[in-house]
Ligand binder design. Structure first.
Ligand code: FAD
Length: 516
């Protein structure tokens, strides 16, 4: 709780230092650690914190080599920690080498940049001067040579070697090397333009550019929309045979059939299915809510908002809409402070008796199928449902920009069974949901927060190896959605993302396969 009161929370991918963990995090770690010492009352620290959070998301894949930490020196419990490291001003950034000794005070970083790109480059610069022992997970960052390439496959058991040709001052090669750190079967090396033999052999004319090099000397140019870090990283992570370390390789569909209790339904990965939306409603209304015998107070308000939004914007079949309407009508008439779930269930059951009113019994996942029974399914359905609802609100001209998001926030807070998920979502909502002021920005807000969750969960146990968490949509799915800033850093082209989302989740694009 003391740590949560500071400028960072457990959703931020920054290790929150406390007197209890400071030794184990900073001392004798296998990764180098960048630690920010701040005071929650200090204006500069408050201003710096969003940047530090962005940095944490940006270099998330580098964690085994270099990780970020922070400690709130204004919290009394931490004062010993901060004095111990000789902190007198805030924010102070210190770099702790891998295998730092117990008496290490870290290396103070003076005059650090106030933007993500500069901070990222600074971290690479410091890493390159890292004393022995080098963080074991960190691949070599120095430029490679023809001689090393020629013997590369004798000593490295990987399928793909990506060579990034670039100028000496470019950081792309090193960034992509670190971005691929947690992936197997691929290695990345930077080659400088001055490495003439290789440049001539591969006929390289563009810097940067990326080539895949194979045993025996075969090579091909990596095709990307823009020659920039994000595009190389996306493409290399998706090469055949490249998998996240420690993850089983993707399962083949035939095998999956035996793993799940019902047989696999082939589907198009870039479409939304009504069967998933109806399954989500079934699970939400008949299973998740059923866990609450009495629904009262804030939870009852949440349920009313949720039902109202469903009735207004769910692009359902007439039979399903009839059911939602009778449920909504009954609920909005409940003026007391509480209802019994049993009473709500009666409404669901009774209306299902009337003609043309029904919600299919049971779930039938399609686009949300997982390669294992414990993967994807309901949470995938919840995201899909609310993306569809924000898009519908925009398409049919809702009046309150935050209506759907507030319904989602309160539903998740009151009912979503995954409690840590609910906490993380609440953190994001508290941070920025009030900035949403148009129906379009509601669509974009949910999309970008979902990407934050994807960033945090990439590589997590809950990730289905067949459906890796990516920053969505990928450049293949929506090339126009991706662009770069003048400095070459990735930028979402929001003017293109919005129409993409409005079309992708629109009622007219939803497929009705596999419905009863
Ligand atoms: P999902 O992330 O569920 O996405 C479903 C589908 O939506 C994808 O297949 C894709 O087609 C599309 N999609 C992906 N990204 C976007 C995007 N940015 N915008 C629009 N569409 C997109 N799990 C945890 O382990 N920890 C958490 O803290 C956590 N928090 C959650 C909070 C909420 C509110 C929800 C609904 C779920 C949360 N989950 C959390 C579950 C997790 O986010 C995934 O839903 C789950 O792991 C299943 O992943 P999936 O591969 O099916 O894709």
């Amino acid at each position: 709780p003391a740590a949560e009161a500071g400028l960072y929370s457990s959703s931020d991918q920054v290790i929150l230092l406390t007197p209890d963990n400071v030794q184990s995090v900073l001392i004798n770690s296998t990764a180098a650690i960048v630690a920010e010492f701040y005071a929650s009352w200090c204006g500069h620290c408050v201003a710096f914190s969003p940047l530090y959070k962005s940095l944490a998301r940006d270099i998330k894949e580098w964690k085994p080599a270099v990780d970020l930490a922070a400690v709130d020196c204004a919290a009394e419990v931490n004062s010993k920690v901060c004095t111990g490291f000789g902190i007198t001003g805030y924010p102070t950034i210190k770099f702790f080498h891998a295998y730092s000794k117990a008496d290490s005070k870290g290396q103070a970083v003076k005059g650090f940049p106030r933007e993500v790109r500069g901070l990222r480059h600074m971290i690479i610069d410091i890493l390159e001067t890292h004393a022995e022992p080098w963080p074991p997970a960190c691949p070599p960052l120095e430029p490679t040579s023809q001689a090393e390439i020629e013997s590369f496959f004798e000593t490295n058991n990987v399928e793909h070697l990506a060579l990034i040709f670039e100028e000496a001052k470019s950081y792309i090669g090193r960034e992509v090397t670190l971005d691929l750190l947690q992936f197997e079967n691929v290695a990345v090396r930077r080659v400088l333009g001055t490495e003439e033999d290789l440049v001539t052999k591969l006929q390289v004319t563009e810097f940067p550019s990326c080539y895949l090099y194979y045993p025996g000397g075969n090579f091909t140019r990596l095709k990307v929309k823009i020659e920039a870090r994000a595009f190389y990283t996306y493409a290399l992570q998706r090469l055949p045979g490249v998998v996240r370390s420690g993850k089983p390789p993707p399962v083949i569909v035939e095998v999956q059939t035996n793993n799940t209790e019902d047989s696999w339904r082939p589907f198009n990965m870039s479409r939304v299915y009504m069967a998933d939306l109806e399954s989500t409603l079934h699970y939400s209304l008949r299973v998740e809510l059923a866990a609450h015998t009495i629904i009262r107070g804030e939870a009852l308000v949440s349920l009313k908002k949720y039902t109202s939004v469903l009735t207004k914007y769910f692009p359902g079949r007439p039979v399903v809409m009839n059911l939602l309407r009778s449920m909504n009508c009954w609920l909005q008439n409940q003026t007391g402070d509480e209802i019994l779930y049993e009473a709500l269930k009666k409404i669901l059951d009774n209306s299902a008796l009337s003609p043309n009113t029904a919600l299919p019994e049971g779930v039938r996942w399609v686009g949300c199928q997982g390669s294992q029974p414990h993967l994807r399914r309901y949470p995938c359905g919840v995201w899909t449902l609310f993306h569809v609802l924000t898009v519908q609100a925009k398409n049919v001209g809702g009046t309150d920009p935050q209506e759907v998001l507030r319904a989602m926030r309160s539903y998740v807070r009151s009912f979503f069974g995954c409690r840590p998920c609910a906490g993380h979502f609440e953190n994001m909502a508290r941070e920025s949901m009030n900035e949403v002021n148009t129906l379009s920005s509601a669509v974009l807000w949910l999309w970008s927060r979902h990407n934050r969750v994807n960033n945090r969960l990439a590589g997590d146990l809950s990730e289905d190896p067949n459906f890796p968490k990516i920053q969505w949509p990928s450049p293949e799915m929506c090339p126009a959605c991706h662009t770069v800033k003048n400095n070459g850093d990735h930028r979402w082209h929001n003017e293109q993302v919005l129409p993409f989302l409005l079309s992708y989740f629109s009622s007219g694009s939803i497929l009705t396969d596999y419905l009863e």
